[in-house]
Write a protein of this length. Structure first.
Length: 273
């Protein structure tokens, strides 16, 4: 009888604490993929000496979960991950150590101790900013008015299982024009900083579009919104926009606003100020 293989290495130690991270992708690092960030984070955790919990089995790996990452090529101020550790640690100390260990442009903004409940279930919607260099606001406003005048706008995207047609209009809760860094880019109950180090759109004209999107299946991405504007509003910008996710989290029931996912009760008066 063949000898049963036994997993190598020490037995897995159960985690004693979970931490939730908010990080940003800025500047040229917006072109990094989710897998690129995963490798960078694992290396940073080792360099920072974070006492990570590992899975059991023949190929142990650190217990890290990621939720709803932004598409490659888009910047973001609101990316989230969750890690498990085998010793209790100070979240702010972990934030500082990870931020120092990661390259500039992958910036750890917040680390908090996880509370009960799923992080992914708190990420119900996103607010995006699209900067159209060389485009006047009047042209963008006409496209927005046409888009909002439709009840249904379907686009087709190729997913892993093949072409998928879905409604974009139903997922868009708000679409408005405003200056970069306006109050509309704020997270209810928190703040979403402007992307430091980002190459800002320069020139005599730069139209800014803010879009609030409910997370659906499949998730409606900025490219899907642009496709809908092109096919249903004849919108052809002179160049591709600079896209940044400003916020991601709870959808407030009374308005198209995004609340901080680190807050347990997003509709309480204290969390909505």
């Amino acid at each position: 009888m063949a000898r049963q293989r036994v997993p190598e290495g020490p037995p897995a130690v159960p985690p004693v604490q979970k931490l939730r991270l908010r990080y940003a992708k800025r500047g040229r690092l917006r072109f990094s993929s989710t897998r690129d960030f995963q490798r960078a984070l694992e290396r940073a955790l080792r360099r920072a000496g974070v006492p990570m919990a590992f899975s059991a089995g023949f190929h142990p790996h650190p217990k890290i979960s990621y939720a709803n990452a932004a598409p490659t090529g888009t910047a973001s101020e609101a990316e989230y991950a969750e890690i498990s550790v085998v010793e209790r640690v100070d979240p702010e100390a972990v934030r500082a150590a990870l931020d120092a260990a990661l390259p500039d442009g992958l910036d750890v903004l917040e680390v908090v101790e996880a509370t009960p409940g799923s992080l992914a279930e708190r990420l119900q919607g996103s607010r995006w900013r699209m900067e159209f260099a060389g485009l006047d606001e009047a042209t963008l406003q006409r496209a927005v008015d046409t888009f909002l005048g439709h009840d249904l706008i379907e686009v087709t995207r190729v997913v892993k299982s093949g072409p998928r047609t879905f409604d974009v209009r139903g997922a868009v809760l708000a679409m408005d024009i405003g200056p970069a860094g306006s109050a509309e880019g704020q997270v209810a109950g928190g703040s979403a900083q402007d992307a430091q180090g980002e190459t800002r759109a320069q020139g005599p004209e730069c139209a800014i579009l803010h879009v609030v999107v409910r997370h659906t299946t499949p998730v409606v991405r900025p490219d899907d919104v642009l496709t809908a504007l092109r096919t249903h509003a004849a919108f052809e910008p002179p160049r591709s926009p600079l896209v940044t996710r400003l916020a991601q989290g709870w959808l407030l029931p009374h308005a198209a606003q995004i609340a901080d996912p680190f807050v347990d009760d997003p509709v309480s008066p204290a969390s909505s100020q």
